[in-house]
Design a binder for this molecule. Structure first.
Ligand code: NAG
Ligand code: NAG
Ligand code: NAG
Length: 351
């Protein structure tokens, strides 16, 4: 005879497992979803690929108040750090004043850096954060430039320079690894939203493992070749559906998902007539609006945290672009550090 205690145990296990998932699932913020699922999976000893804390970072000031019992500590310290997520893009730009007199430098205002513990990550800290992780970046040339920024951070300068020709091979995928840290970085050439949907729906959903960090972004090709904001929005809605199906059900922690926004387009600098005709301010605004309105972003309950390339490229300014579309490395460096700091905040909420 199965004892009542054993039955109660099974019921309790189910409650412990499924109630937080249900709660976290659709009613709470994305951070809470991460928080709950993270707490569960840490205790189930399933691999968590982002290190829970970074001892050498100023974030430790926040993490120091962390309580070992995750659920009871959710109100204080993690709330403080998740409230910093909307502030991540508040960087200021100044002329770098290098020898050549060119270049722009970005920084978080000191007050924000100290209250939120935001910091540029060193190579060591970044590789510690991403230790054992699989980072996938899929999209168009903006996505490629973000991968370049990541490789420049993770690899030594010579290795990053050596990787560049391969990474920039026209219209192809690229993979780099940091064997010492078990880090894989994939760039997937996916210029159209349908390419992203296919990646999520077919390639990743059937794969034995999903990336730990997934950055997607497209729209420039659609604007140039289709030039129809409403259809872009429909295509984004499909990406959202595919992304949601990837993160549920939850036998493994879902990837941390980011959306790479469209850059500022400087029309008169664009390098073909077709681009000048199709990629004007009106179109850019209409496309940006679709990103806002199609349930893509975490603030609307969607799966993605926006990496606001538009805001950062406007901040850096026209002097940071040669073709009105692709920006200098500083812009993608800022994008990268915003993403890494968001991951630090999320990883603190997992413990
Ligand atoms: C990095 O990850 C590997 C497994 O992927 C693990 O054995 C190692 O302890 C980790 N290193 C640190 C510093 O967390
Ligand atoms: C992306 O999608 C377009 C349009 O559906 C298709 O023609 C193209 O082959 C796809 N590219 C890749 C790399 O999958
Ligand atoms: C912007 O481009 C679209 C698509 O080519 C075109 O229909 C529209 O008239 C243009 N708007 C302006 C203000 O140039």
């Amino acid at each position: 005879m199965v004892s009542a205690a054993a039955q109660a145990g099974v019921v309790a296990a189910c409650v412990v497992l499924f109630v937080p998932m249900g709660l976290a699932g659709w009613h709470l913020s994305r951070n809470k979803v991460l928080f709950f699922s993270g707490a569960l999976f840490v205790s189930l000893a399933v691999g968590v690929h982002l290190s829970p804390y970074l001892p050498s970072l100023p974030h430790l000031l926040l993490a120091a108040s962390f309580h070992p019992h995750p659920i009871s500590s959710s109100s204080s310290s993690s709330a403080a750090s998740s409230s910093c997520v909307p502030l991540l893009h508040r960087v200021s730009w100044a002329d770098a004043g290098g020898e050549s007199g060119v270049g722009r430098a970005w920084a978080w205002p000191p007050s924000l850096a100290s209250t939120c513990g935001l910091a540029r990550l060193s190579r060591d800290d970044a590789s510690l954060l991403l230790n054992g992780s699989w980072v996938m970046v899929a999209g168009d040339s903006q996505a490629r430039l973000l991968v370049l920024a990541l490789l420049r951070l993770l690899l030594d300068p010579a290795a990053a320079a050596a990787a560049e020709p391969e990474l920039f091979r026209r219209h192809s995928d690229y993979r780099a690894t940091v064997p010492a840290r078990g880090i894989s970085v994939d760039f997937v050439w996916a210029p159209f939203e349908s390419n992203l949907t296919r990646l999520l729906h077919e390639d990743l959903r059937l794969a034995p493992r999903t990336p730990d960090v997934l950055v997607l972004g497209s729209g420039l090709w659609h604007m140039l070749h289709v030039t129809d904001a409403a259809r872009y929005g429909d295509a984004l809605a499909s990406v959202v559906d595919a992304a949601k199906s990837l993160r549920s059900p939850l036998p493994v922690p879902p990837p941390h998902m980011f959306w790479l926004g469209l850059p500022l387009l400087v029309n008169h600098m664009l390098n073909t007539d077709a681009k000048k005709v199709h990629m004007n301010d009106t179109m850019l605004q209409a496309y940006d609006l679709e990103v806002e309105q199609r349930g893509l972003l975490q603030r609307d309950g969607g799966p993605f945290l926006l990496l606001d390339v538009g805001k950062l490229s406007r901040g850096c300014g026209q002097q940071c672009t040669a073709d009105g579309m692709h920006y200098d490395g500083d812009v993608y460096d800022a994008v990268l550090h915003i993403m890494l700091n968001a991951l630090v905040i999320e990883s603190q909420q997992r413990i």
